[in-house]
Design a protein around this ligand. Sequence first.
Ligand code: SF4
Length: 289
Amino acid sequence: MKILVQFSGGKDSQACLIKAVKEYGKENVTAVFCDTGWEHADTYKHINAIVDALGVKLVTIKSKKYKDFVDMSIKKKRFPSLMARFCTSELKVIPMIDYILSQDESFIIIQGIRAKESSARAGYDVECSYFKDYFNNEVKGLYRKKDVIEWCKTHDASVLRPIFRWSAQDVIDYILENGQRPNPLYERGFSRVGCFPCVMCRKREVQLISKDEWARKRLIDAEQRMKDETEKGSSFFPPTYIPKRFCANGEYPTVQEVFKYVNRNDAQLDMFEPDGGYSCMSLYHGLCE
Ligand code: SF4
């Protein structure tokens, strides 16, 4: 039985990785990182530093269909959004299922999900089967259903969420107590460090990004590529992200318009959370921070 820890480079999965090494031994633990090609350079560095420090193997999983987040968005002719989070399934869920099915062994999959992250996450199980939905006839449209059912006849994939009841502070304390530091992006004010930025990025984080030359340029370039390579183009931020009067075309904002808006003194920054919270709510929880 192999222990896989889904490691995004965020604090919760880092705490799980430390805990797994202590409980199962480093030789039995593998960190699995789903690389969307849209992470911050510091996150890639952090992931490598942590697995080196713990002495565990790192498996990096990527989509076979898309080169990265921007390539996927251009091929789909739009960026993902809160209501259309195909990024999680295309860049994380599908590659992860392909990886599991390619292995001829059973797994315990450890996920850094915490109940306090959102009311929806509070309803998750502390332990369950990774493929439980494949045995529920009411869930339709599952990826590689036949292959999964076949694989499950001879293998097992159980999910454990060992920090389910922890607070964010418990997580940080645990990391520090174990002589490590969390991803440096937290110290720079970011509350999530997966895709950079995530399509559900808070405006306060966009404000920080607007002051980071590298991240700012990357976002502007992504939107420009979408404009150049597709007929209609698509904005990274949704039409309602900022008030319409701040959008030159009166419909949706460009990245530059959002940067301008979030730096206004009278900008309304994150007064309300979207329904379901900011956490990624894919069927296969824990892939996005
Ligand atoms: S972190 Fe955000 S942008 Fe990245 S895959 Fe998850 S929902 Fe999509």
